[in-house]
Write a protein that binds this ligand. Structure first.
Ligand code: MN
Length: 203
């Protein structure tokens, strides 16, 4: 059975950028619902309950037809949120080292990367995520996906992700998604993001 992970920080640790109530509802209601629905979808397939989220998402098309959509949405939701909590923290860090170098190489500068990422986040119509991902060719890409579609569905590894569903910001920011996006940079744990990147490139 899949489970919602425990946060390594308190619900109010990301204030004033993300408020405690949003964090609590996001984790205990929204994320929990993805986990519940994933477990329910896999109820009649005990062998699939032993697979990792990565495995389920990468091999989505080989799963039984009747659960593909449920796994896409709910394994995706569980995977994306589990990473999202770890990509944030109260001790905001500054990006340095290999990932910074490679971002500068790809996007021109860190600021240009941020701009491109923000545009992806702002222009995602409806619900979804903005991503920095490493594609199958080892190339960094910025884009967004709808709903809970994980980057793994297109063979890319998630390096950084931002939830732009209204449930992620509405209590504090209402319709001001750009304000939420701008504030969010203050709580990114770049040390963890860098770790993911080094792991993804095998460094
Ligand atoms: Mn969410």
């Amino acid at each position: 059975m899949f489970k919602v992970p425990e946060l390594s920080y308190s619900y109010d640790a990301l204030e004033p950028y993300i408020d405690a109530q949003t964090m609590e509802i996001h984790l205990t209601k929204h994320h929990q619902t993805y986990v519940n629905n994933l477990n329910k979808a896999l109820e009649v397939y005990p062998e699939l309950q032993l697979k990792s989220l990565e495995d389920l998402l990468i091999n989505l098309k080989s799963l039984p037809n009747d659960i593909q959509t449920a796994v896409q949405n709910n394994a995706g939701g569980h995977y994306n949120h589990s990473l999202f909590w770890k990509m944030m923290g109260p001790d905001s860090t500054k990006l340095h080292g290999r990932l910074l170098q490679d971002i500068e190489k790809k996007f021109g500068s860190f600021e240009q990367f941020q701009q491109q990422f923000e545009t992806a986040a702002k222009t995602r119509f409806g619900s979804g995520w903005a991503w920095l991902a490493l594609d199958g060719n080892g190339d960094l890409q910025v884009y967004s996906t709808a709903n809970q579609d994980a980057t793994l569905l297109q063979g890319s590894q998630t390096i950084l992700g931002l939830d732009v569903w209204e449930h992620a910001y509405y209590l504090n920011y209402q319709n001001r998604r750009p304000d939420y996006i701008a504030a969010w940079w203050h709580v990114v744990d770049w040390d963890y993001v860098q770790e993911r990147y080094l792991d993804a490139i095998g460094a």
